[in-house]
Design a protein around this ligand. Structure first.
Ligand SMILES: N[C@@H](CCC(=O)N[C@@H](CS)C(=O)NCC(=O)O)C(=O)O
Length: 228
């Protein structure tokens, strides 16, 4: 079976596929797509015009959760889902919900002014309080073992972590259980391997390109700091 993953340098949906590939030791050929300037060949293979796409011989799979489910099923004996069916599908529900949290966070980071940033931050925090209700005081979501839902939230946790470093914004400050879960997930070697080395640089480029308030404010502060 020949597997080709079409992705982009910085994309939470591609990153969760990267982590699963590393976790399950699956080799794929990688094709980089410039989604800021999509080539015609890509628009022909991607119904939504989005990455990730996984080519499996001559079949094209899209949607990161579907792609991860497919890759997981290749070695069902070592599935990253709980064995209990209802638990597995409950995990899937919260995986879907995690995608809405990723999008809300993306929206917040791209806010163009302080007022809109604060309004969007509030929406993210509301979602975080709902999520915290679901999380136990165990290393990972389902207990001792790292599973599909943990790797799905890793790209979100990575962004939260970098927001502290780059912009001094700690979205998990009021959610200690989530903070501990996030720390455990980010320590996983497969998670570490799922992101590009210059993640911070690419994140700043993205925010700058989109005229984000966070990046604008950061530049102003740095200019101010240099002048004193
Ligand atoms: N629901 C999709 C979302 C994928 C997605 O939004 N990918 C973004 C990059 S992170 C993309 O390709 N955007 C291009 C566009 O929307 O034009 C999935 O889970 O795969």
């Amino acid at each position: 079976m020949h597997l080709v993953l079409y992705g982009f340098r910085i994309c939470p949906f591609v990153e969760k596929v990267n982590i699963l590939l590393d976790e399950k030791n699956i080799h794929v050929e990688r094709v980089y797509v410039d989604i800021r300037n999509k080539p015609d060949w890509f628009l022909k293979i991607s119904p939504l015009g989005k990455v990730p796409i996984l080519r499996v011989d001559d079949v094209l799979l899209f949607e990161s959760t579907v792609i991860n489910d497919f890759l997981d099923s290749l070695s069902a004996a070592t599935s990253l889902y709980p064995t209990n069916t209802i638990q597995k599908h409950l995990n899937k529900s919260w995986i879907e919900w995690g995608s809405t949290l990723i999008l809300a966070t993306y929206d917040m980071t791209l806010a163009k002014d302080k007022e809109s940033f604060l309004a969007k931050r509030l929406l993210v925090e509301q979602k975080l309080s709902i999520l915290q209700e679901q999380v136990k005081n165990s290393p990972f979501f389902n207990g001792e073992h790292f599973s599909m839902i943990d790797l799905t939230y890793a790209p979100l946790f990575k962004r939260f972590d970098r927001l502290i470093y780059l912009y001094s914004i700690d979205l998990l400050a009021n959610y200690p259980t989530l903070k501990q879960w996030s720390k455990n997930v980010l320590q996983r070697p497969s998670v570490h391997a799922g992101f590009i080395d210059n993640f911070d640089e690419e994140l700043k480029i993205l925010l700058d390109l989109k005229g984000s308030y966070l990046e604008e404010q950061n530049k102003t502060t740095q200019k101010f700091d240099r002048s004193i």
